[in-house]
Design a binder for this molecule. Structure first.
Ligand code: GLA
Length: 397
């Protein structure tokens, strides 16, 4: 967004998307589709390994204001870019290897499913930080899909929509992700975590109201890029390890069975496998701890998960390890129950479970020292489990 526009537009992404739409297209939008980012509490890198994951939709959202047009063009403006990107509906959609792929991939998917395309103008504003492990890409995909349900008259169930968007990310964008992000963005519910069984693609809501302290997100501001190959490499190593163990699903593998196969696996394959098997177990234990309101136990599980991602799965970074070590040394007597890296890793955010009055303690002990150590300003925000994606008709007759 250029500075002139920035000074004229304020408020949350919903209002900004509408205001920017008016400036860019000199017209009123008909819809605003708005999707949350997500934070994963526990169950990391196991959605593509038949595991359980436990994310929440967050109260920072991405919004797309849109209207249909009589032309055969799609015109897209984003507040983070300066120019309008144009696509011809008469030509097949092709990835441009930039941010528009998350949107045009959904157009491509909807055309494959025989939707009824029409010209569109779209304007995007977002409060989900980019490349921070909070699923800004899934938010963009699911917001586009939810818009097209109205605009191109092809509605799917929330689960089908999530699977369609995951297919876009894997087959059009080229990032071989699991199902977690698109599921939670589509199915998130206020005051709930979502326990997703990634073997059966089924889910269960886990209430947090009254059971749960505050979720504090600490953005290391180390940008992650999951398309660099580290993510795909982990996925491949897990498949290879499973083949050596001779099972079809990680759900059938116990730590004992893994130990028996240890000599057949390389050190790296063994470590990846140990993360997967132990994280599947930790996620189930975490649900139990929430149901029993045992925050001490839940906090320990978060720290153990972080250690496993740091040493066995090797997807953390020094900056996030530093943040988690700090939280741990402040400890439960400061009101800090636990924390871990969240999302795909290689940078991004930490999630911490803290008492409301411990937020400022955590910030005070991390902010200045982190900046001094790494020369980067971290960001802090509290988040609450929120609702999934919605498309609102804002066309006032
Ligand atoms: C990314 C992927 C998800 C999941 C996480 C790691 O966010 O999109 O499918 O694998 O990484 O848990």
């Amino acid at each position: 967004m250029n500075p002139d526009q920035a000074s004229k537009v304020s408020g949350a992404s919903f209002e900004r998307a509408i205001a920017l739409f008016r400036t860019q297209f000199q017209a009123e939008p008909r819809w605003v589709s708005h999707a949350p980012g997500r934070v994963n509490l526990i169950g990391e890198h196991i959605d593509y390994n038949d595991g359980f994951v436990l994310p929440a939709a967050i109260d920072r959202r991405l919004s797309i204001a849109a209207r249909p047009t009589a032309s055969e063009e799609i015109r897209i403006f984003s507040e983070q870019e300066d120019s309008i990107e144009t696509f011809d509906l008469k030509q097949p959609f092709q990835a441009r290897k930039n941010w528009t792929d998350y949107i045009t991939g959904v157009f491509w998917e909807w055309i494959k499913r025989n939707a009824t395309p029409c010209g569109l103008e779209l304007c995007i504003a977002s409060d989900v930080p980019l490349g921070a492990g909070l699923s800004s890409s899934a938010a963009l995909e699911v917001a586009t899909a939810t818009l097209l349900e109205d605009a191109w008259h092809l509605a799917l169930s929330p689960t089908e929509k999530a699977l369609a968007c995951q297919s876009v990310e894997a087959n059009y964008v080229g990032m071989p992700c699991g199902i977690m992000d698109q599921f939670i963005v589509s199915l998130g519910k206020k005051d709930h975590l979502l326990l997703i069984d990634c073997q059966t693609n089924t889910h269960e809501l886990v209430p947090t109201r009254g059971a749960f302290p505050t979720l504090l997100i600490i953005n290391s501001n180390v940008r992650h890029a999951l398309t660099d190959g580290g993510y795909a490499a982990r996925r491949r190593q897990c498949d290879e390890a499973l083949a050596v163990i001779g099972e079809r699903s990680w759900r059938n593998v116990t730590l004992e069975a893994l130990e028996k196969n240890k000599s057949e696996l390389s050190k790296v394959h063994y470590q990846r496998a140990r993360h997967v098997v132990s994280e599947i177990d930790r996620t189930q234990q975490a649900v139990k701890a929430i149901q029993e309101r045992n925050m001490e136990q839940l906090g320990k599980l978060l720290y153990t998960s972080h250690d496993s991602l740091r040493h066995d799965y090797d997807v953390s970074c020094v900056e996030l390890d530093w943040i988690i070590d700090r939280l741990q040394s402040l400890g439960t007597c400061a009101g800090i129950w636990g924390g871990r890296i969240t999302g795909g890793g290689f940078g991004g955010c930490a999630v911490a479970l803290v008492e409301p009055d411990a937020v400022s303690t955590a910030r005070d002990h991390i902010q200045a020292a982190y900046h001094e150590t790494f020369g980067i300003q971290p960001d802090f925000f509290i988040t609450h489990p929120s609702g999934g994606c919605e498309c609102v008709n804002v066309d006032i007759p």
